[in-house]
Design a protein around this ligand. Structure first.
Ligand code: DUC
Ligand code: ZN
Ligand code: ZN
Length: 493
């Protein structure tokens, strides 16, 4: 047999199932062998004292996303993917927008060409805001045939949200096509009602963003999304779960054998209401939806990570800088209602674009708060950071794995390295991080993407355009259970 292109030697390997010592032999961008004393490679990297995990798969991030209103996520594919790689993420799934009243083809022109500037491997979820027969019967099937096999729907935000009837149409179409559905669960009308009351009462600070959408609005929409998915018999993932009330709905669904999975993000197990306050409008930096919760909720999210209710940790990375977007009343697709300007020029809470940047910090924060603090073991870290997302989105065998045949996406973690997170040292294009000053233990010192060293000691070596589009074929997990009420399958009628 030919030698290896690269051998990563002497590391402690962590997979979704176990931890063991081995060398990794890499050939043609794939893992070719695992074992002790492997033959030499043209290039060798010592992983002594390091933990080697599969490269991260961030299955929820927003890059260069263009809103219908002209708003733009500032993060480019080149900068966002550099940040991803520096933080140990070798592949991500971001979003193809649909503008309401537009075909998929006419929404966000040129988006896929811009995505080709990525340095990390990438795929897309297709956002559906307007499920017309033309879109669902012609465009979505064509998309699925091209390997874009997951849809995202919003139950809140104007003009993104779907009515329940529209959501059912999307679930049914996904079922017919073998596509997966992801859902943003919050009750639109309840949020709008509270926003109006808060504004009328003159309560306009960033903290009131959280007051406008308390856990009950997330719990109600999570319950409804699960019920409608059960009615259709369509597998779903509930995105960005922020609280126990919503997580309990997912746990109950899982207990009943439904194909329902849950995602959370580092902001929901590390930040809280305190981060929504502070001088000079600083609380706007932590405005995201669902909102940050009261103290104590972080620990409940950890418990739901530990008991397996929440399967995946993503960043939900959003490219809204503080100076240019969060602090100015401009509005965004990810805001709710007309922009109300306050006397000092800052926007009322409802017009602050929702979302925080975290594509680079996702894994260091999860490693530090999870593994280093003893909350989760290494296999759980691997499941949360890559393997479960690979299973949910049809990438098992290619991503999230150290088995021979998988893409050679690896991260060499120095488990003892202590770092202070500083925005100045991050690679994203955003002017702040909500984790500024946080001390983390455990840091990705080398990231390897398809057998090439993409980042070494913070220096990004992978070039824009070197990432590959990941087409995704049919897979078992997205298949319905075959259980519909009364044996009548309305999706197929
Ligand atoms: N939901 C998302 O999924 N991303 C950005 C903001 C939001 O509310
Ligand atoms: Zn969302
Ligand atoms: Zn998102």
């Amino acid at each position: 047999m030919d030698g290896f292109d690269l051998v990563v030697r002497g590391g402690t390997l962590a997979t979704a199932a176990e931890v063991f010592e081995a060398d990794i032999g890499i050939r043609d961008g794939r893992i070719a062998a695992l074992g002790h004393g492997l033959g030499r490679g043209r290039e060798e990297i010592s992983a002594k004292g390091m933990i080697v995990t599969p490269g991260g798969l961030d299955s929820h991030c927003h890059l260069e996303e263009m809103g219908q209103d002209g708003s733009l996520h500032e993060e480019s594919f080149a900068s966002g993917s550099a940040a991803a790689l520096a933080g140990g993420t070798t592949a991500f799934i971001c979003f193809l927008p649909q503008w309401k009243g537009h075909s998929l083809a006419a929404s966000a022109p040129g988006y896929e060409a811009r995505a080709a500037r990525s340095r990390a491997d990438y795929s897309f979820h297709q956002i559906i805001t307007d499920p017309t027969p033309e879109v669902m019967q012609k465009e979505v099937p064509a998309l699925v045939a091209r390997g874009i096999r997951s849809l995202k729907v919003f139950l809140t935000y104007d003009p993104l949200r779907l009515t329940d009837a529209e959501f059912l149409e999307v679930l049914a179409a996904a079922k017919r096509l073998g596509a997966f559905v992801t859902v943003h669960c919050e009750n639109f009308d309840a949020i709008g009602w509270r926003i109006q009351a808060l504004l009328k009462a003159g309560l306009t600070d960033p903290l009131q963003h959280a007051w406008s959408r308390p856990p009950v609005v997330e719990r109600e929409a999570t319950h409804r999304a699960i019920a409608l998915a059960e009615l259709v018999d369509q597998p779903i993932q509930v995105f960005h779960v922020s609280c126990e009330e919503a997580a309990a709905e997912i746990a109950r669904a899982k207990g009943r054998g439904l194909k329902v999975w849950g995602e959370t993000c580092p902001q929901y197990f590390t930040l809280d209401h305190d981060d929504l306050t502070g001088a000079d409008f600083a609380g706007a930096k932590a405005v995201c939806s669902p909102a940050l919760r009261e103290k104590g909720e972080n620990a409940r999210i950890w418990r739901r990570i530990q008991d397996g209710t929440l399967d995946v940790v993503t960043s939900d990375h959003c490219g809204f800088s503080f100076a240019t977007q969060k602090r100015v009343a401009g509005g965004s697709a990810y805001g709710t209602g007309a922009a109300v300007q306050r006397p000092d020029g800052t926007p009322a809470f409802n017009a602050i674009p929702n979302g925080v940047p975290g594509i680079e910090t996702r894994l260091p924060v999860l490693f530090s708060e999870g593994v280093s603090k003893g909350r989760i073991d290494l296999p759980t870290f691997v499941r949360l950071s890559s393997a479960n997302a690979a299973a949910l989105f049809g990438l098992t065998g290619r991503k999230g794995s150290l088995a021979p045949g998988a893409d050679a996406d690896l991260v060499l973690w120095d488990p003892d390295a202590e770092r202070v997170i500083r925005n100045a040292a991050l690679h994203h294009a955003i002017d702040y991080t909500p984790w500024e000053g946080m001390v983390v233990k455990g840091w990705p010192s080398v990231t390897i993407r398809r057998g090439e060293v993409a980042v070494r000691d913070g220096e990004v070596l992978a070039q824009p355009g070197s990432g590959r589009f990941l087409a995704r074929g049919p897979y078992a997990l997205a298949r319905p259970r075959g259980v519909v009420p009364d044996g009548f399958d309305a999706a197929l009628a």
